[in-house]
Ligand binder design. Structure first.
Ligand code: NAP
Length: 300
């Protein structure tokens, strides 16, 4: 048994998940984490040359075009990052027998009904972002032999641009806020995604790999964006953060139109991943406390 990978390529290491992956995977192999200046992932030739030069035996790909509304008017650039790049990485992985871990989204599902989505359910994305992410999933499944695709949702972290930090900023500036209360999903912190990824990588190294395939990876429990905001402000008040906010209201999706349609039901069933790894994913509330505390400890 080999205890480490020779070279782990982590794309998008300046992003929420990529940053955490660099910490969590550091004991599992030598990490390469080029930033945008060092490797422009939009440039297929540069990506080919980088792979040929460094020959990674594990590629972890959290890089993506994640600006969901801007994707509607940047279809080509979005498709490059979200579909063509994973296809290119998958082809390299197949050719060299490398292992590929890729990340996908709740936005591949149509968002209808009340049931939790299973990985085997029919997909029907509502937006350019969702369609291009689905294209990436299909490319990895079709081209690659040894891979994992983790579909996650509502990603946030103590750094970067995300809902938790937006709420804290807005709460400091505004007396009232209306937040969408009819979209349901599980807020999932980047650190948890990285830790579960590390567990899966370790299983691969220990010759007890989990089967190649698509797995949902989200925190336990379900809330709305309103419920998520309510909990963020509860923690902010507990820490005596200076807030102007005195009124948090709920608003429907119809009352808050956006260029890209959002799924209303983003509830992802995690039984497949929990069974494969023998773990229970922690609740979103517990992970929010953990992430919020980390934000408090690290902010200026
Ligand atoms: N965020 C969410 O709510 C959410 C929800 C469900 C699924 N996901 C999926 O989870 C994964 C991780 O998301 P995240 O929130 O960690 O993403 P993120 O914070 O937006 O990070 C994206 C990363 O991709 C990099 N990138 C984009 N275009 C690039 C290019 N042309 N060349 C080099 N680097 C480029 C960015 O670099 P720069 O820093 O230079 O821009 C950044 O490091 C993605 O697959 C995403 O689709 C995210």
């Amino acid at each position: 048994m080999s205890h480490t990978f020779k070279t782990i390529l982590i794309t998008g290491a300046t992003g929420q998940v990529g940053y955490e992956l660099c910490r969590s995977l550091s004991v599992l192999g030598a990490i390469l984490s080029p930033n945008r200046e060092e490797l422009d992932l939009a440039d297929a030739h540069s990506v080919d040359a980088y792979l040929a030069k460094h020959q990674p035996d594990l590629i972890v790909n959290p890089a993506a075009w994640t600006a969901v509304d801007a994707a509607e008017v940047n279809q080509e650039a979005t498709a490059r990052l979200n579909t063509a790049l994973p296809a290119q990485l998958a082809q390299y992985a197949r050719k060299t027998n490398a292992y590929l871990i890729h990340y996908s989204s709740d936005y591949v599902y149509p968002g209808t009904g009340q049931n939790y989505w299973l990985e085997s359910d029919a997909v029907a994305p509502l937006s350019v972002y969702g369609r291009t992410k689905l294209g990436g999933d299909k490319a990895v499944v079709n081209h690659c032999l040894h891979y994992l695709i983790f579909r996650t949702s509502w990603v946030y972290s103590d750094r970067g641009n995300n809902f938790m930090k937006t709420m804290l900023n807005l709460g400091a500036q505004r007396e009232s806020l209306n937040i969408v209360n009819d979209q349901f999903g599980a807020p999932t912190n980047a650190r948890l995604i990285a830790e579960v990824t590390a567990l899966a990588v370790y299983r691969q190294l220990a010759s007890k790999p989990i089967d190649s395939g698509i797995y949902h990876l989200v925190c336990g429990g379900i809330t709305s964006w309103y419920g998520f905001a309510e909990k963020i402000f509860e923690l902010a008040k507990r820490e005596n953060l200076p807030l102007l906010l005195n009124e948090l209201g709920g608003i429907s999706t119809a009352e808050f139109p956006t260029p890209a349609a959002r799924p209303q039901n983003s509830k992802l069933n995690v039984s497949k991943l929990e069974g494969a790894l023998g773990i229970t994913l922690p609740s979103w509330q517990q992970q929010l406390e953990f992430t919020f505390n980390s934000y408090m400890n690290n902010k200026d």
